[in-house]
Design a binder for this molecule. Sequence first.
Ligand code: HEM
Length: 392
Amino acid sequence: MTTTDGPLSIDLFTDESLADPFPVYARLRATGPVVWLDTAQCWAVSRYDDVRSVLADWENFTSDQGVGLNDDVNAALQGTLLASSPPLHGTLRGVLAEQLSPRGLRNLDMDLKQRAREIVEPLVARGQFDAVQDLARVFPPTVVADLVGIPDEVRPRLIPWADAIFNMMGPGDKPRTFSGAELVREQYAWLATVDGSVLNDGSWGRAIYDAAEQGKIAPEQAPRLLSAYTSAAMDTTINALGSAVWLFAENPGQWTRLREDRSLIPSAFNEVLRLETPLQFFTRAAVRDVELAGVPIAAGDRVMVMYGSGNRDDRHFGPDASQFRIDRDAADHLAFGYGMHGCIGQGLARLEAHAVFEVLAENVESFHLLEPPVRHMNSAIRGLESVRVSVK
Ligand code: HEM
């Protein structure tokens, strides 16, 4: 394998890189559009335009051999929505789209703002709270579990399960990658026991099993689709909310701006996602020998699509790409991916985040960090373990 500039001995999966990947990303972007990483045995695609090109080109860069960096996770993912191609992909996606598409969400009969008030207002009344433990890890899991109809006894397991699966996306030789293998087995064991009847009547989860009964999908697909909710909807949204409060505490002027002009809430959420992209990367496999930005990629090679790096690319977002500016037009960020596998849950994620931002804006004049935030370490997810703030 060749590279644009010879192999780079960059390791994206050390604790140091995971805690602050941005200097390494900048080095990768400066080195070339496509760089072979010996440490992860994949091509790193780090610039905005190239990340988008790979995501758009599913015929050459497929997900159907998995989207992680090791053979075990890739084998386990095969045939899921995330790791499939047409026609299967369209069939599976169609089932979730009934609830998650913009049209489906118009029928959502849950008052998310009221839900946000019930969680946020008691925290604000306390004067100080942990924006991750008390808010970000409470709101999305409760909302999603209610919508999907997850039984009460399973709910405390949702966050550890999701965290374990995202860890498993890492390179096979890193201890963190399989550190949650037992949790992943536990989740699969639970999924295998689910028949539609344990999921509440009328719930989104039950709708998946109804689709199987109606012959729209094969019965064995139902638990795998259910796992889209129990994994993909958790760590992502949770970490977006935790990072948001941290960014607002660090940038008080931006919070004041948002409070003065609530119409900035959607662009503020995009800006949080751009800057602190919750899912930092996935991979694709080259289906055939193909050229990418002038670099030959051999059939079977892994290509890492680096959403988090593309989102900091000053070629696209300008020289202040590393700054948090809520009035930036960041709507074309890559945090929800792009193209055929682009996040199907983004409408729900936006509704959740906008509701939380609105209720915070109504109740909080300013955030003050009580101590430096504690980073949560995960192979693929960027986020925080704890952000303790006092509020006025
Ligand atoms: C801020 C929150 C979220 C972020 C940052 C996020 C990020 C992403 C990204 C980057 C992808 C693209 C994967 C790829 O390129 O292969 C994706 C796909 C997906 N997301 Fe999300 N997501 C979020 C919330 C959600 C929610 C709330 C749900 C479910 C309710 C969800 C369900 C899915 C599913 C099922 C896919 C696979 C779609 C496909 O392969 O066609 N996500 N998400």
